[in-house]
Design a protein. Structure first.
Length: 346
């Protein structure tokens, strides 16, 4: 704040301190008290703002960045946007390797923020030279003065949430949280948040969300990486075809898997019941809450916090497009919706 003007120095000062909002209508059939940690209130509209700022500032403090530096990362879209935003503010170049599964909206947003984008095939193995992991590594090697964020294998991913998200939730619930529900992708959000919360109260249960087509749930339960579990799925930013070291499996009590279709419909239902315009991954998190609840995981006095990691604007051409939903076969007998007709005045 300068000259007694009540203003932030940059948009990056708005990262964190997102609100906790009680869920009312969507949880009517469940037992317990439910609250959403709405990460769309970050300036980049997702939880990934936290790791982008933290990792870049740590690199700056170690003298790894200068005015000619380039930030390089592998991303499904949200981390990329946060990095592009931070790079723009701080004056760095930004190059991103993005999965082709990422929505066109996300890719357009990355380019709008000045990032150079490589779109890589989604349904190849992690060690395939065309995968977004390997493309980012190659571009890093070929780009002098670059740093590779490497969120899947970067302990700072966990640390960012340990220092911010966990303490915020603990303070917002006055220490009365009993359950944390969060998606598991890179694992940084759930691991860092859980690590802090369990240090305050080891009895807090940490419930993770995985996707069908991902290996994380089975690995957590058996320690086995099962290639047979890997197949294409549509949810972005959730699940993995590798085991990220940024996931601290010891902090997680249970995993549950959710489907593409149910997660998409749940995101739309959140908008229709709670008035929150959330992303696909938020729908997955809420779908998991429903499944955990139906299994009797929660009690009457349970205080459940679910992390909604991003905003619905990233998915206008996907889950909020009736045409896309129809093309995926998501409008079936079980999940039939009757979208309101558009009225054209002539």
């Amino acid at each position: 704040m300068d000259n007694n003007i009540n203003a932030y120095n940059s948009i990056l000062d708005l990262v964190g301190n997102t609100p906790l909002v009680k869920l009312n209508r969507i949880t009517e059939l469940l037992t317990g008290n439910f609250y959403a940690k709405v990460e769309a209130f970050n300036p980049g509209h997702s939880a990934k703002d936290r790791i982008a700022v933290h990792i870049i500032e740590q690199a700056e403090s170690k003298g790894l960045l200068n005015s000619d530096s380039t930030i390089i990362e592998t991303t499904s879209g949200n981390t990329g946007f946060s990095l592009a935003m931070a790079s723009m503010v701080k004056g760095y170049k930004c190059i991103l390797a993005v999965s082709s599964k990422s929505s066109p909206d996300k890719i357009d947003m990355l380019r709008s923020m000045g990032a150079e984008v490589y779109v890589c095939p989604a349904h190849v193995s992690a060690d395939d030279p065309r995968s977004y992991y390997e493309v980012a590594k190659r571009v890093h090697k070929e780009t002098p003065g670059s740093i590779y964020i490497n969120q899947y294998f970067n302990e700072l991913n966990i640390e960012a949430h340990y220092k911010t998200t966990g303490p915020e939730i603990w303070k917002q619930t006055n220490g009365n949280i009993t359950h944390l529900v969060a998606c598991s992708g890179t694992g940084g959000t759930i691991s860092g948040t859980a690590r802090f919360l369990k240090e305050q109260n080891p009895e807090i249960k940490v419930l993770a969300v995985d996707a069908y087509g991902s290996v994380l749930k089975k690995y957590h339960e058996t320690g086995e990486f099962d290639h047979e579990e890997v197949y294409p799925y549509r949810i972005e930013g959730l699940g993995k075809n590798l085991i990220p070291s940024a996931t601290d499996f010891n902090t997680i009590d249970r995993y549950i898997k959710v489907t593409d279709a149910e997660s998409a419909h749940m995101a739309r239902k959140i908008a229709h019941t709670e008035g929150m315009f959330v992303g696909y991954t938020s729908g997955a998190a809420m779908q998991a809450v429903m499944q955990y609840g139906m299994e009797g995981e929660f009690e009457k006095d349970s205080n459940i916090v679910v992390i909604f990691p991003d905003h619905g604007s990233r998915y206008m051409s996907k889950i909020y497009s009736d045409e896309w939903m129809q093309n995926q076969g998501f409008f079936d007998a079980k999940n039939a919706e009757a979208p309101k007709e558009i009225q054209y005045i002539k």
